[in-house]
Design a protein around this ligand. Structure first.
Ligand SMILES: C[S@@+](CC[C@H](N)C(=O)[O-])C[C@H]1O[C@@H](n2cnc3c(N)ncnc32)[C@H](O)[C@@H]1O
Length: 260
């Protein structure tokens, strides 16, 4: 009985070794993707995957809604599985969307999710090369909303370079940075990794000093996301007069706005 079992295991290992030798890792990855695709359906949505963007924070989504309505382009660095990208693509059909994701597996998932949207371009590359490329492609007179989310644990962040590239080339922009330290409000979590801390002093010297900025931080004390703990962020308005936008005043009661 045990001999039979060992024989079966050896057979399986031999088959796996032969398959491993015959097929390249790329082909194996594709087969795995196809199997997952047949399990989860063509949009590759796992049952647990949330369909809201911006980590489901209702107050943030309310404010972002007004900024997206005023914008022509949406740029997101670090698409991961394309959750926020899909949310924006579905809700804001007027926008041209650009995003990047260097991880091949995440990139394929995001690409598949957005494949029917011909206004969305996703690049399988790092943001350091992606941002200059798309800035060359875009009409820089049109307002762009940036969602800088390519930071986390385990790698060197492109955030300082992203801020420099954007504020050098553009006169006006709206820049949302996720996982950012909210001053005097420790309940909001922010990213820290390997000497990098996602906070204003980390990026301040990269903000082009020829531009005018306003910083928006959350100040609400209630958790407005169903699935994520208080996550900090900053919205940087560059060269923008928020009074000229059609935003209800009471919306700003949940935020603090400071000038640089
Ligand atoms: C926090 S996740 C992004 C989540 C996504 N924005 C969303 O809301 O659904 C961060 C992503 O950044 C990606 N990333 C890491 N380094 C990067 C780089 N240099 N440029 C662009 N993306 C990067 C990671 O692979 C990861 O998928």
């Amino acid at each position: 009985m045990i001999e039979k079992l060992i024989g079966k295991i050896i057979d399986k290992l031999l088959i796996a070794e032969i398959i491993g030798k015959l097929l390249s890792p790329k082909i194996i990855k594709k087969i795995v993707r196809d199997i997952k695709d047949s399990i989860y359906g063509e949009n590759f949505l796992k049952p647990t995957e949330n369909l809201l963007g911006f980590h489901g924070d209702q107050y943030l989504m309310n404010l972002v809604n007004f900024f997206l309505l005023e914008s022509s382009n949406y740029v997101e660095t670090g698409a991961r599985r394309g959750v926020t990208l899909k949310y924006v693509a579905d809700g804001y059909k007027h926008l041209n969307l650009f995003s990047c994701e260097p991880n091949e597996e995440y990139f394929s998932i995001a690409e598949m999710k957005l494949k029917s949207d011909n206004k969305c371009k996703i690049y399988n590359e790092k943001s350091q090369s992606f941002i200059p490329k798309i800035l060359d492609e875009m009409d820089l007179n049109n307002l762009t909303f940036f969602f800088l989310d390519a930071h986390g644990k385990g790698y060197k962040w492109p955030l300082r370079q992203e801020i420099e590239q954007i504020t050098e080339r553009l006169n006006r922009a709206i820049i949302l940075i996720d996982d950012f330290k909210v001053p005097n409000n420790p309940q909001y979590e922010h990213d820290v990794y390997d000497g990098q801390e996602c906070k204003i002093s980390f990026i301040k010297d990269k903000l082009n000093s020829n531009r005018k900025y306003k910083f928006i931080y959350p100040k609400y004390k209630i958790q407005t996301s169903n699935y994520k703990h208080f996550t900090g962020y900053i919205i940087i308005l560059m060269g923008i007069n928020v009074e000229e936008m059609n935003i209800p005043r009471q919306l700003f009661e949940n935020f603090s706005i400071t000038k640089k």
